[in-house]
Write a protein that binds this ligand. Structure first.
Ligand code: BTN
Length: 255
C-alpha cells in the first residue's frame, strides 16, 4: 500500500477485498472527507443488490471516495445520482466519449454498461457518519463474464485508444468535487437535473419497471429534484420510481 502525501489522502493498493470495504474500515478509523481508496484488483468486489463485481488486475478502475456530508440521511441516496452525473462528465472530459446514464447510476455507451456505482452509508443516531461511494469503470478491453459479454463495454474499446487510468480517475474526482459542492450548496439535484436528464439513455422511451411486487410499463420522463424517476403511465399519470430494489429496463433488454 502506498499513501500519497497530498491532502485529502489517496490510498493506492495493488489488491484489496473491496475498495468500499477498505474505505469503510478507514472511515471508521477517522479518515477525512475526500479520502480516496483505489485498487488495481479486488478479490471480493461488490455490486449492487448483493452481486459481485468481477475485478481483474491491470484492466479497470476500482475506487471509493469517502464523504462526510452534514445533510440528513434521507438525502444520501441522491449522492449516487450525483456520482453518476460526475462520472459521466469526467469520462467525457478525459476520453471525448459521451456516456449516458441508465437511471439511477449505471453508465452506458452504445447500450452497454461501462461503469457501476455502489454507495453505502453509515448512520449513528440519525446522523450520517460517512458515506462511501465506490465505482468500477471498465477501461481495458477484456473478456467479460459470459452473462455480461453482450451488455458490457470498455472505454478503450469504445474510443479505439488506450485510456490513461490515472488521468481518468483525476478527471472523475474533479467532476465529482464540482457536482458534490453544488449538491451540498443547494440541497437537491435541481442544479444538475436538466443535465442529468439529457444524459438519461431511456428518456422519453418506453421502459419496464421491475419491482419486488410486480412490473409495469411506462414512458421515462426524467428525474425529480430528489432523484426519483418519473414514469408516465398509459393513462397519463406520473408514477415516481424510487431507487433501491427496483430495476428499470428498456422493453427490449438492459437499456
Ligand atoms: C453495480 O452493481 O453496478 C455497482 C458496482 C460497483 C463496483 C465498484 S468497484 C469499486 C467499489 N468497490 C466495490 O467492491 N464495489 C465498487
Amino acid at each position: 500500500m502506498k499513501t500519497d502525501q497530498a491532502m485529502p489522502p489517496r490510498y493506492v493498493y495493488g489488491s484489496l477485498d473491496s475498495t468500499n470495504e477498505e474505505a469503510k474500515r478507514l472511515a471508521a478509523q477517522g479518515a477525512p472527507h475526500g479520502t480516496v481508496v483505489t485498487a488495481d484488483m479486488q478479490t471480493a468486489g461488490k455490486g449492487r443488490r448483493g452481486r459481485s463485481w468481477v475485478s481483474p488486475p491491470g484492466t479497470n478502475i476500482y475506487f471509493t471516495l469517502i464523504v462526510r456530508p452534514e445533510f440528513a440521511p434521507e438525502k444520501a441516496s441522491m449522492l449516487t445520482l450525483v456520482a453518476a452525473h460526475a462520472l459521466t462528465r469526467g469520462i467525457a472530459r478525459e476520453t471525448g466519449l459521451a456516456p449516458g446514464i441508465k437511471w439511477p447510476n449505471d453508465l452506458v455507451i452504445d447500450g452497454k454498461k461501462v461503469c457501476g456505482i455502489l454507495t453505502e452509508m453509515s448512520v449513528e443516531q440519525g446522523v450520517i457518519r460517512h458515506v462511501v461511494i465506490g465505482a468500477g469503470i471498465n477501461v481495458r478491453e477484456q473478456s467479460f463474464p459470459a452473462e455480461l459479454a453482450d451488455r458490457a463495454v470498455s472505454l478503450d474499446a469504445a474510443c479505439g485508444a488506450r485510456v490513461d487510468r490515472e488521468r481518468l480517475l483525476d478527471a472523475v474526482l474533479e467532476a465529482f468535487k464540482e457536482d458534490y459542492e453544488e449538491f451540498c450548496r443547494t440541497g437537491s439535484l435541481a442544479s444538475i437535473r436538466d443535465s442529468y436528464d439529457r444524459l438519461l439513455v431511456n428518456r422519453d422511451r418506453e421502459v419496464c419497471v421491475l419491482e419486488p411486487g410486480g412490473e409495469y410499463r411506462g414512458i421515462s420522463r426524467g428525474i425529480t429534484d430528489t432523484g426519483e424517476l418519473r414514469v408516465e403511465l398509459p393513462d397519463g399519470r406520473i408514477r415516481l420510481v424510487f431507487a433501491g430494489e427496483v430495476s428499470v429496463r428498456g422493453i427490449y433488454g438492459y437499456v
